[in-house]
Design a protein around this ligand. Structure first.
Ligand code: CTP
Length: 403
């Protein structure tokens, strides 16, 4: 039985050419056993008729505050309370902007503002609109409010252009909702400790040594575990990212030494420790307490090794505790990753190769290979970091269930 069985789904359809895909989406949701109530914006009705969606959902489609024929009020507050989940697909650039700014000029935006349930937003638009800083900012903002963004895909667009902006395939959207509703008793209440982001090693009060880590992968993992019911502590190096779920406790640090201290202080309590941070391996021995002035032609900084957080945790791992490390490699990838898995006494190592396009620093996508303690290797396709996070979550869940 699908986890969507008897779930009440509000499907918000807005005015994008991809609105025609709402028909297949409705069909798939209904087939999975969900009770689907469609809300269309005015513009959506230019692209697909309410009759199509009401026939497929077996419910009248709503779009106005007041029903024409009866004069009855479509109570947005009741609709928001009725739903187990609100899915807005496709979300046009205009609808994203309205939701991000709290505008409330139609039924869908009013339902969004009053909904107490989880909200998933699947944008669809032309690539330049999708790339525009205004759209990126609106998506960021919606995500920081705790909404789940189902990133648009790369492919052929209705304009004839090829690029990002295509609505995620309905099958993929349904799969994400199924994952959302899946029961995860193995993770419920489990204490997850995560490190994420870069570290900054001070040279003087204005300069530091750091790396290109954006923290996106670690934050996506934190969000996935938190939504699955785990208790998540996120030890984060400097990133501009919002906390990905309201239940997460974030501890902000800067240097490798601070990350070490903060992680060690929490480690004994943790059931699972995932080390996604790109921790500096070396730090200046004598950071200056005043700005260093330029003088000589050559200048060198003496560096010393930082403490290896993963290695220390591997050395004091308690029975049943699960350790997951990351390895970002440019060459001899598998060999290096397996070396780290053994040396640091990890249960899993997640390998990213900088040779895979779309993987690694700053991207919203990643391609990983996971090696477990028995040195069994699993490779995954290039996916959004949110989906990679779910793959990892399933691996850890399976491992905890088998313990
Ligand atoms: N790591 C850590 N503390 C450090 C360095 C790394 O906890 N001081 C963790 C990373 O978070 C990652 C794993 O160890 O999960 C592997 O990191 P990486 O830098 O690739 O490993 P190193 O042991 O530093 O190996 P090398 O620099 O030789 O590649």
């Amino acid at each position: 039985m699908s986890p969507l069985s008897s779930k009440k789904i509000l499907l918000g359809v807005s005015g994008s050419i991809a609105a025609y895909k709402a028909a297949l989406l409705t069909r798939l949701l209904v087939r999975a056993g969900a009770d689907v109530q469609v809300i269309m914006t005015k513009a959506a009705q230019e692209f697909i008729t309410p009759l199509t969606l009401s026939t497929l959902s077996k419910r009248p489609v709503l779009s106005e505050f007041v029903r024409d024929e009866t004069g009855l009020w479509n109570n947005h507050v009741d609709l928001g309370l009725w739903a187990d989940l609100l899915l807005i697909a496709p979300a046009s650039a205009h609808t994203l902007a309205r939701l991000a700014h709290g505008l409330c000029d139609d039924l869908l935006s009013a339902v969004y503002l009053s909904a107490k349930c989880p909200v998933y937003v699947a944008p669809a638009m032309d690539l330049d609109m999708y790339r525009h800083p205004a759209t990126r900012e609106n998506l960021q903002r919606l995500s920081s409010y705790g909404n789940q963004i189902i990133e648009a895909e790369h492919g052929e667009l209705a304009s004839g252009l090829v690029g990002e902006g295509r609505l995620a395939e309905p099958e993929r959207i349904v799969q994400m909702l199924e994952t959302h509703f899946a029961q995860r008793p193995a993770l419920w209440g489990k204490r997850i400790l995560l490190t994420a982001g870069p570290t900054q090693e001070p040279i003087d009060p204005v300069r530091f040594i750091s790396n290109h880590s954006s923290g996106k992968m670690g934050y996506a993992i934190a969000g996935a575990f938190a939504r699955a019911g785990a208790t998540v502590t996120l030890i984060s190096g400097p990133t501009g990212l919002p906390v990905p779920a309201p239940t997460i406790r974030r501890v902000s640090v800067r240097s490798a030494a601070q990350m070490y201290e903060a992680t060690m202080a929490e480690a004994d309590e943790a059931d699972v420790i995932i080390m996604a941070a790109a921790v500096a391996d070396y730090t200046p021995v004598h950071p200056a307490d005043r700005k260093i002035k330029k003088q000589e032609e050559q200048f060198s900084i003496e560096l010393t090794k930082t403490a290896d957080i993963a290695g220390s945790l591997g050395g004091r791992k308690r029975p049943g505790q699960v350790l997951v490390g990351f390895a970002l490699e440019t060459d001899n990838e598998l060999e290096n990753a397996i070396g780290k898995l053994r040396r640091k006494n990890l249960d899993f190592i997640v390998l990213n190769s900088l040779q895979d396009s779309g993987a690694g620093f700053g991207h919203d996508t990643n391609k990983i290979t996971v090696i477990n303690k028995a040195e069994h290797i699993t490779t995954f396709d290039l996916k959004s970091k949110n989906e990679v996070a779910l793959d990892l979550l399933r691996l850890v869940e399976g491992y905890l269930t088998a313990l």
